[in-house]
Design a protein around this ligand. Structure first.
Ligand code: PEP
Ligand code: MN
Length: 322
């Protein structure tokens, strides 16, 4: 009791025959964490009653958050398709893809200018030139643009060209980067880390919201498992949990999610059925020649087929394509 009070909480004991439960009332944001009490011999367990993610949690808001991306409302009944190449490679590649995905139902163009590659010898992205090409594609098509920010250093320059800042799986818990991105006030798409628990993912989103930026979307992109038939295991149950636990829109990236172009279409249906608010799909004019992730990118025809065949699933899920 005294120890609880010392940490600044009000103790309320509930005495049982063998054990005493001490309810500690107070706000974790302004007091010390109670977990340290487990170090005391008389303490068996410390159990948080409230969710650790306060602003992200569904209870903190009466309604679903709608993220407004320069006029496109994401969330609620709306379903958004973001599509484009894994990497921006050239003007021709990006512009042809932008026109193709727009004609087939996408409203947001994806494309990495700064690429987080596993090997330093692989294509690292066009950098500033890639951003210029994204702006060009945006002007030519009217599509909004999402692109990844790799480092704190690049936040302001990427924010000038992009409508949505993408935080990649490898940076999902780079908290300084998260804070800088949030401060830009741009809408943010936060990928789930490849071995991140759902709670950790939601806590990473909490970092963004604590900076006063409510325009956050969560993105499930597959996690590392023992499976080898797919590059990652797309965790659709995490989408359902994230929708239950939080008020933020949840986007599914089936491309990184499975790493196989032949599975992208069916996983999109699964995403729609489980309650996702949108998709992030890799599309390339010629996947065989892609400078990154060729095995999982789909061509224009397959993308068109995918969107057409997705529509009945969206209707069944009470969603409309925006
Ligand atoms: C990507 O979208 O191309 C990408 C690198 O994603 P992730 O961070 O999910 O691996
Ligand atoms: Mn990729």
């Amino acid at each position: 009791m005294q120890e609880v009070a010392k940490l600044g909480y009000t103790p309320h004991p509930i005495r049982g025959e063998l054990q005493t439960v001490v309810a500690a009332i107070g706000d974790e944001r302004t007091h010390h964490t109670l977990e340290s009490l487990t170090a005391l011999p008389q303490v068996e367990r410390v159990l948080p009653v409230q969710k650790r993610y306060k602003l992200v949690s569904r209870e903190s808001r009466g309604s679903q958050t709608m993220v407004n991306v320069d006029g496109i409302e994401i969330g609620g009944d709306n379903f958004v398709v973001m599509a484009g190449p894994c990497s921006v490679e050239s003007e021709e590649q990006l512009l042809s893809t932008a026109h193709a995905v727009k004609a087939r139902g996408a409203t947001i163009l994806r494309g990495g200018a700064y690429k987080p590659r596993t090997s330093p010898y692989e294509f690292q992205g066009l950098g500033k030139e890639g951003l210029r090409l994204l702006e060009l594609a945006k002007r030519a098509t009217g599509l909004k643009v999402i692109t990844e920010v790799l480092s704190e250093r690049d936040v302001s320059i990427v924010a000038e060209s992009a409508d949505i800042l993408q935080i990649g799986a490898r940076n999902a818990q780079n908290f300084q980067l998260l804070i800088e991105c949030a401060r830009s006030k741009k809408p943010i798409l936060l990928k789930r880390g490849m071995s991140q628990r759902i709670e950790e993912w939601l806590l990473a989103a909490e970092y963004l919201l604590t900076q006063g930026n409510p325009n956050v979307m969560l993105c499930e992109r597959g996690i590392r498992t023992f499976e080898t038939y797919t590059r990652n295991t797309l965790d659709l149950s995490a989408v359902a949990v994230a929708k239950q636990e939080s008020h933020l829109p949840v986007i599914v990236d089936p491309s990184q999610g499975c790493g196989r172009s032949d599975l992208v279409k069916v996983l999109c249906r699964g995403a729609a059925a489980v309650g996702a608010d949108g998709l992030l799909i890799e599309v390339h004019p010629n996947p065989a020649e892609a400078l990154s992730d060729g095995q999982q990118q789909i061509g224009f025809d397959l993308f068109g087929e995918l969107v057409t065949e997705l529509k009945p699933f969206l209707t069944a899920a009470n969603r409309r394509l925006v």
